[in-house]
Structure formats: C-alpha cells, structure tokens
Design a protein around this ligand. Sequence first.
Ligand SMILES: Nc1ncnc2c1ncn2[C@@H]1O[C@H](COP(=O)(O)OP(=O)(O)OP(=O)(O)O)[C@@H](O)[C@H]1O
Length: 477
Amino acid sequence: MSVTDSTAHALIVDDEADIRELVEITLSRMSIRTFAVATLAEARAALAGQSFDLCLTDMRLPDGEGLDLVAHISERYPHCPVAVITAYGSAQSAVASLKAGAFDFVTKPIDVAGLRSLVGQALKLAGLDHDAPPHPSLDASPRLIGDTPVMHRLRETIAKLSRSQAPVYITGESGTGKELVARMIHAEGPRMGSAFVPVNCGAIPSELMESEFFGYLRGAFTGAMRDTPGLFARADGGTLFLDEVADLPLTMQVKLLRAIQERAIRPVGANAETAVDVRVICATHRDLATEVARGRFREDLYYRLNVIEVHVAPLRERRADIAALAGRILEALARKMRLRHSPQLSRSALDALEEYAFPGNIRELENILERAVTLSEDAIIDLKYLRLNSPLSESVTRENAIDAPAAVQQAVADGPGFAQGHAMDTSADLESQLEALERERIRAALEVCHYNKTKAAKHLGITFRALRYRLAKLGMN
Ligand SMILES: Nc1ncnc2c1ncn2[C@@H]1O[C@H](COP(=O)(O)OP(=O)(O)OP(=O)(O)O)[C@@H](O)[C@H]1O
C-alpha cells in the first residue's frame, strides 16, 4: 500500500509480538503508518526522534509501566493522543490511565472494530480525519459566559477533557450550567460531528427504561411496530449526557454499567449485542458518594462514571459574572421578542441581582429577566420588575402581582380556574397575559421544588411531559 507523508503516523508500544502485529495490520488497513517497539525506553527514543499523531501502548512493559509513558507524552507531546491497551477486566488500570491523560483505552483480547473506532477518534483529535465535518461556526457552539477565575479554570478543564474520551462526572447545583459544560466538552472534541444526546434519567418511567436506552426490535412487545434505536444507538460516535443520573433505578444501573464496560448494547428482543461507540458524560445535583453510601447507587457504576469530576460553581460564588450574564441574556431576549434595543438593567436592579442568592442559579436568572422584560414596558428594567425572592405561596396572591398587567393580576388572584370562567381585560393581548401567568406559575413551582422538574410537575398537577412541553413552548428550558 502506498502511503504519503500526509498520512497519520502511529507509535505502537507492546512487548507481545502478536499484539503489535494485530495493531499494525489494523492500522495499515486504515492507511496509517506505524512504528512498533517493545519497551518504554525504545518508545521514549522513538518519540524524541520522530513525530507521531497517535500512540497506543500496553500497560505492562518489560522496563516500566504504560502509565509512565502516558504521563511522559501528556507532558512533552500534548498534541499526540495516547491510548492504552489493558488486560480484560482491569477496570482500575483503565481508569488510572484515563486520569493520567490517556484519551481512551482498549481491552485485550483486542476487538478490531473497537480499535478502529478508537483510532478514528484519535485522528479526529489530531485533525487528520479528512472525512470529519468542518468545525461548526462559533455561533453554533455553546458559549460559557464568565470572566471570574473559577470560570477561566472551568474553560481550561473543558478544553482538556474534550481531548479525552474518559467518562466525566459533572457536579453542581441545578441551573449552574452542567448541561452546557457537557455540550462544550462534546462540541470541542473529536465527536462534535456526531450527536450529543441529553437524557433526563428522572423523567423516563422505569418500565420503559430498557427500551429507551437500548432500543427494541419489531415485535419485541405489544406495540413494537418497527425496529427502534435507543438513546445509545442515537449517540453512537457521539456523546450520551445522563442528566440526574442518581435517579436511575438500581436495575437499570446494572444494565448501564454493562453497556459502558462492554461498549455494546442488546436492544429489547434482540439475541445478540451490537457494538456502540459512545462517550458518557453524567451529571447530578445530588452527592453520588452519599447515594452510594445509602445503597441507592451502585459503587461499581459510580467508579466507572466518576473517572474525572468537574464541579460547576453556583452563581452566588461568582457574583462578578452576573452583570455579563444578565447582559447576554437580555440581548438574547431582545432577539427572541423582536425588540429594537436590548433592555438594560437600572443600577439598583443590577445591585439587587448581585446581592441575590440565586438558589436556581443561571436558569433562575434567565427566568427572572424574562419575566421582567415581559412585565416592564421601559427600555430600562427597574428593580421592582425583578420580583426577587417570591416563593410560590406569595406569588399567587394579589399583593405580589402588583406589577403584572391588570388581567394577570385578576387571574393570579382568582387562582388556576380563572381561564374558564372569569372576565379578562379584553383590551390587552390575552395570549401574552396568559403566557405571563403560565410562566410565573411554572417558575414559582420550579423555585419551590428546587428546580426539580419532576417535583414541579407534581406540584402544578400536570405530568412531567406536559411540563416539559410547556417549558419548551415558553422557551424556558
Ligand atoms: N456560564 C454560562 N454562560 C451562559 N449561559 C449559561 C452559563 N451557565 C448556564 N447557562 C445557561 O443557563 C441555563 C441552565 O443551564 P444548564 O441547563 O446547563 O444547567 P444544569 O446545571 O444542567 O441544570 P439542571 O441541573 O437543572 O439540569 C441554560 O440556558 C444555559 O444555557
């Protein structure tokens, strides 16, 4: 096979001749030049003398540990992705290698399809995959606003993690930006051309979980009219984001662990497993270690998911970012509402926001500003329109609705039944009044339920699905 200088160049480090040969053959079929050595010393010498786009190393070498090579490459040749070859079942060493900076691992006996997809990801990382879609424009990528030291550190962490395939566990209170962080890790890495599939683990009824995650074949159960891919299959080549992972029932945790470990899924009704290449990122606002201690979360799955932990700080710990965030949110609202100019906050309104505790974090800031823009008719939003600190019990009283349009006040005072029987102020735009009311009640319920959507839906007396639909319709997601 003819290879040119533009082909990728891989370093293979293994003392077992059979494995070196298998890896070399697989890679050369992918038109990758290879250079194979058997020891750590030879690997170091090769790295010093030649340039590589990828390194695959065994964990146990005659003169040292593969982990040392991972650390050496991460430090001296950070642009060369390194993956390790580990013995089957040695989850601990795989996890250790990911923590040390390996971008992925492959277990022995080596599965050629798995090796090919790992190498494909590595080449995308090195920018050598000519089939990869072009980098999306900046505007299409999610953006993390904030200039505080904690946000700078978070951005650096995201950049580092996007170059790895390791599972990431994101912690932080509700509304801090955990999903946004997950999206950025996906969007800045080699998987950006494939799907990012977010899943709210608490929202899937337990009897549907298996088919939702793994898909099903036609006829697998009553109503299964056609083969349907599950969430794993939809995220193949991309990222599966498991939000509120602590809400997964124990039975599902076992199946999830297996899918992650084996990198394969078995759709409901299928006899055989299908390989999938999915990076898992998960998040929860709960303390998973405590859930493990209480027996509600499997320890083995915890260790599998919690390879690298990222914490997203609450908004009250980065108050200096509030002004910039509010500015961006107001600009976005102005676009959405087709206002000519972006509304501004008065000095006292900004001061109050900078003092506020934000139990619902940035999502709460978005909701506060959206409501304020809806209620205020001025280009300058004054403090009274922010209506900070209004729990549900107060928000449905007339006193607390003084700033709302007249019909909304009436409706709020009359309670939820108003829409069917009460006269409204017909001079105003009924639809926007109803919308404002709906928004207000949902926001208040979310606040009271600490932004747990499942609980908020119960609180409002509607199903989770109905709440999700309304949140999307009102642009409150
Ligand atoms: N640093 C940031 N810059 C800009 N927007 C942000 C930032 N952090 C969060 N947001 C926005 O705040 C909202 C909430 O963020 P996100 O959904 O990521 O939070 P979360 O922590 O995943 O919430 P939950 O725990 O409730 O699922 C989103 O609209 C998101 O775009």
